[in-house]
Design a protein around this ligand. Structure first.
Ligand code: CP
Length: 311
């Protein structure tokens, strides 16, 4: 693997190899007082975030540090981006300075792909840490890792992805990855929060959450992305919460073994009830924990695994 830009087109065996490596890293580090492996000593990883993040930025930093890479965080406000430097010039500068891997979050869909094009031939890997409404591949990988762990496997499992699908890069990456790995996906959303063209996606759709819950193995609640809602007929927070919020009554509709996921940050009381977020069925904290191991595995496959050794 040279870059990780998307789960669209990510082969099942490549995704499974990353997930297996993450499982192995988790087992290796379990219970250790010092969680440091020498694997990426001498490698330099740069995170470059043009949008806010807690989980993704911090877990990539921890992942790099636990593998002994040098990790440098660049934010738009504290760098020359604030003086108007372009994404292209910023990326070329970081690559010239010695970055082996650039992890980028950007509000523009396609930004990570552009970056990978500009860095072609430079020997610098690019990871998409979320580009606009397009994709968030490491989120989908950590979700798959969590579902594999809780459900014992993905083939034949039915996963509901609920809420603001229209604006969600998490939903897009999960649809590609979960279906590639053999799961069935149902998107549950109000009509105005489903993308046009969803009919061509490998999913079914529903506007009725209550009818779907008894037949799913997992329910993935999405964040309502108010910052991306410009115009359009979107439900109010109250309407949304009544029709699509996962409250305690809805939790009781789920099969006993079903898992509740949310990529975070959560709007407690709107998308998900506070008691539901903290219930035994909730794997939200495990998602964050698995995010570190999955991002370690991604860095390993890019920088140290087969094809990642640049001498
Ligand atoms: N899930 C996710 O991407 O969270 P952050 O925005 O905190 O990174």
């Amino acid at each position: 693997m040279k870059h990780l830009l998307s789960t669209d087109g990510l082969a099942a065996d490549t995704a499974t190899a990353v997930l297996d490596t993450a499982d192995e890293l988790k087992r290796t580090l379990l219970g250790r007082e010092v969680r440091k492996l020498p694997t990426l000593r001498g490698r330099t990883v740069v995170t470059m975030f043009y949008e806010n993040s807690t989980r993704t930025r911090v877990s990539f930093e921890i992942a790099g540090k636990w593998m002994s890479a040098d990790v440098i965080n660049v934010s738009a406000s504290g760098s020359s981006v604030g003086k108007g430097e372009s994404l292209r010039d910023t990326a070329l500068t970081l690559s010239a300075a010695g970055a082996d891997c650039v992890i980028v979050r950007h509000p523009a869909s396609g930004a990570a792909h552009r970056l990978a094009g500009w860095l072609a031939g430079a020997g610098t890997s690019v990871v998409n840490a979320g580009d606009g409404m397009h994709e968030h591949p490491t989120q989908a990988l950590l979700d798959a890792a969590t579902l594999r762990e809780r459900l014992g496997g993905l083939p034949g499992r039915r996963i509901a992805i609920v809420g603001d699908v229209l604006h969600s890069r998490v939903a897009r990456s999960n649809v590609h990855l979960l279906t590639t790995l053999g799961a069935e996906v149902v998107l549950v959303a109000p009509p105005t929060l489903l993308p046009t063209g969803v009919q061509s996606w490998p999913v079914t759709t529903s506007h009725d959450l209550d009818s779907q819950l008894p037949a799913v193995d997992a329910v993935m609640m999405l964040r309502v992305q108010a910052e991306r809602m410009h115009g359009g007929f979107f439900p109010s927070a109250r309407e949304y919460s009544i029709a699509y919020g996962l409250n305690e009554a809805r939790l009781r509709l789920l099969p006993e073994h079903a898992v509740v996921l949310h990529p975070g940050p959560m709007l407690r009381g709107m998308e998900i009830g506070s008691a539901v977020a903290d219930a035994p069925q909730s794997a939200i904290t495990e998602q964050v924990r698995n995010g570190v191991h999955v991002r370690m595995a991604v860095l390993y496959h890019l920088l140290a695994g087969e094809g990642g050794d640049r001498g």
